[in-house]
Design a protein around this ligand. Structure first.
Ligand SMILES: [Zn+2]
Length: 214
């Protein structure tokens, strides 16, 4: 064992601590307004991702969501990836958060430094991916129906973590509906028509929500 390896272990553990905190610690921000400073606590990135998935799979579009739940595909991919990787690192009982804590507190040896650095890097990538999903992914869901123009129901694309996944072709965002297979775009003014063609009631809920924006 070289001297370098011994010296690098505390540094690797500190990086791991920072990475785990970025993922799981509540975020504290100070907000200045009218001469007063308030401290605002936001949920951790991990908690925020979980909340978003629960919210998007719920009935945000009224009762119709039961028949076709808007599923935040990238968010679900993210949680599955994080949970399964952490379980692979530290397969103790409990959830991802307690596993990460136990993982961090384990008695690592200097020769584990490379492995720990790899884990920290992966956790930091998860945080970056989650931040962009939370910024851009809120008003986005997919439809499990074939595209009326090209007939494709699925596309293969890279998810937020760079892996090939099968995803529904029809994507609804605040810009309208896009087919990822053929690129056809429907603005909100065509949603009644689109809903009729693919026999999909939830789109009417979107029209009601977005009527001011048309
Ligand atoms: Zn299409």
């Amino acid at each position: 064992m070289s001297v370098e390896q011994t010296e690098y272990l505390p540094l690797a553990l500190r990086h791991l601590d920072d990475a785990i905190s970025a993922l799981t610690a509540p975020k504290v921000r100070t907000h200045k307004a009218a001469g007063r400073t308030r401290v605002i606590t936001k949920p951790s990135i991990y908690a925020e991702m979980l909340e978003n998935i629960r919210g998007q799979q719920g009935t945000s579009f009224g009762g119709v969501a039961r028949s076709m739940p808007p599923l935040w595909v990238d968010g679900v991919d993210w949680i599955n990836k994080v949970d399964s990787t952490v379980q692979g690192w530290w397969p103790s009982t409990g959830g991802t958060l307690s596993r990460l804590e136990a993982f961090h507190k384990a008695s690592w040896r200097p020769q584990d430094t490379n492995f720990l650095d790899g884990a920290s890097e992966m956790i930091n990538d998860w945080v970056t991916a989650a931040e962009s999903l939370l910024d851009g992914g809120r008003d986005h869901f997919t439809l499990n129906a074939p595209c009326p123009t090209c007939g494709e129901a699925w596309v293969y694309r890279k998810d937020a973590l760079g892996e090939n996944v099968r995803a529904p072709a029809l994507n609804v965002s605040n810009m309208g509906c896009n087919c990822l297979a053929c690129g056809h775009h429907w603005g909100f003014e065509y949603f009644t028509h689109l809903a009729k063609v693919i026999d999909c009631a939830p789109l009417e809920g979107v029209i009601a929500d977005e009527s001011n924006a048309v």
